[in-house]
Write a protein that binds this ligand. Structure first.
Ligand code: FES
Ligand code: FE
Length: 443
């Protein structure tokens, strides 16, 4: 029984050693759907994607097709995108604006509030047993937002989104709440399928700047990243947050940045200074890249990489949606401050496309590595389930030789380098805690 095996693993857990069979095991995958994706807050989209009443977007929340709508009262609602009549997918477009959704099968119609408002020839064909008010769309049990970021949760009894995000909110405020107009998603999210396991992609962004100097070597050679110093992604702090979240606050080797506020133009600085605290401004003025993750599968990077022409700050958020132990659907949202000039936005967007868009150079480097992790983890020796030291992968970096930096101005446990596995180990522990948690038990 997988549950017993995981309980045994928990009892014998040794920090820094992650059994490789956990990466691709199909029973682990099934249990993750129940214990992790069925219980935690999952990112669905950004409020700027739903501008006016009648706007809608369709998304996947783990395996469930979801429709998000903005109703007449400008409230955002999220429903299972499945008709209550025979269950077909109600809406097949990615986005749009409508007064109501009509099902392509037998023509039932639903309002933006999810109410069933029209049944073809209903009076003639259905008797008294059919009460339309009982046949609306099924609502996602919990939908909450923070800084415009909309999340859903299948678990009615889950802690609030804000409590779940915890100290990550402080960093979200810098990235998303710094300017008066807030952020907007430009274009539609890029979406593609990759051979990868979601745990490995999530940890790559949240916890692994160490790979940058090697995996992205070609970016240095092409002058897309600033320096050939192999330690360049290590400078700054790796910050461990609660609930498996984490962020790397990367600076230059001096602990500063050549470009204050990530090189964002001066006409926005007074907005930043009005919206952020002294400590947040201190971090923001020195950072070159923020890269991190919200457990389980939302990652982000705020960076300025790109060619000289397109070197402008850009933020992208990405969801690694598992669609099997060895396959994920990647969705990437590009976001930018609404208050920036159109010219800046355009250059920044090109910088994003060149680096972290679906065909971006840096994205391709990582995608190739993630596929190779899958290929090698299928090996007989890698799948050996006995607890031994020759079938584990290594997360020992910084384990016993690194002291916390208590002077770091932001919340969380900060370590004075980003080349460490502290966030990865914290993600593993939280993963195991959720995977072994029984119904009703507190974490
Ligand atoms: Fe939608 Fe019949 S399945 S109207
Ligand atoms: Fe990478």
């Amino acid at each position: 029984m997988i549950k017993d095996e995981l309980q045994a693993l928990k009892r014998n857990w040794e920090e820094g050693y992650f059994p490789q069979w956990l990466v691709l095991d199909p029973e682990v995958y099934e249990l993750e759907q129940e214990k992790i994706f069925g219980k935690t807050w999952l990112f669905l989209g950004h409020e700027s994607e739903l501008k006016k009443p009648g706007d809608y977007i369709t998304r996947m929340m783990a395996d469930d097709p979801i429709i998000l709508t903005k109703n007449k009262k400008e409230e955002i609602k999220a429903f299972l995108n499945s008709c209550s009549h025979r269950g077909t997918r109600l809406c097949t477009e990615d986005y749009g604006n409508k007064k109501a959704h009509t099902c392509p099968y037998h023509g039932w119609t639903y309002s933006m509030d999810g109410d069933l408002i029209g049944v073809v020839a209903g009076n003639k064909l259905f008797g008294e047993k059919m009460d339309k008010s009982e046949w609306g769309l099924r609502q996602v049990p919990r939908v909450e937002s923070y800084q415009g970021m909309i999340f859903g949760n299948f678990d009615k009894g889950a802690i609030s989104l804000e409590e779940y995000l915890g100290d990550m909110k402080w960093y979200f405020d810098i990235m998303l709440g710094r300017s008066n107009g807030g952020m907007e998603v430009r274009g539609v999210p890029h979406r593609w399928i990759a051979k990868a396991n979601w745990k490995m992609t999530a940890e790559n962004f949240a916890a692994d700047p160490y790979h940058v100097q090697s995996t992205h070597r070609s970016a240095v050679e092409m002058d897309l990243t600033p320096t050939s110093d192999p330690m360049y992604a290590s400078y700054g702090h790796q910050v461990v947050l609660d609930n498996g979240h984490g962020i790397n606050v990367i600076t230059s080797s001096t602990g500063e940045s050549a470009n204050k506020y990530q090189g964002l133009p001066e006409y926005l600085w007074s907005e930043f200074e009005g919206n952020l605290t002294k400590d947040q401004l201190d971090v923001f003025s020195k950072v070159t890249n923020f890269v991190g993750g919200v457990f389980p599968n939302l990652s982000f990077i705020s960076t300025g990489s790109g060619s000289e022409e397109t070197k402008h700050n850009h933020i992208n958020f990405r969801v690694w949606r598992p669609i099997g132990p060895d396959k994920i659907e990647i969705s990437v949202w590009y976001m930018i401050d609404k208050d920036l000039s159109e010219d800046y936005k355009e250059k920044s967007y090109k910088g994003f496309l060149n680096t972290f868009g679906a065909a971006g150079t840096l994205e391709q480097d990582d995608t190739e590595i993630w596929a190779r992790i899958v290929e090698a983890s299928q090996a007989r020796m890698a799948r050996d389930r006995k607890l031994s030291y020759n079938n584990v992968i290594n997360y020992l970096m910084g384990l016993d030789n690194l002291q916390q930096d208590k002077e770091f101005p932001g919340p969380g446990i900060a370590y004075p380098t980003c080349y460490t596995d502290h966030i990865a180990r914290s993600m593993h522990e939280y993963w195991l805690e959720l995977m072994t948690k029984e119904e009703g038990e507190e974490t």
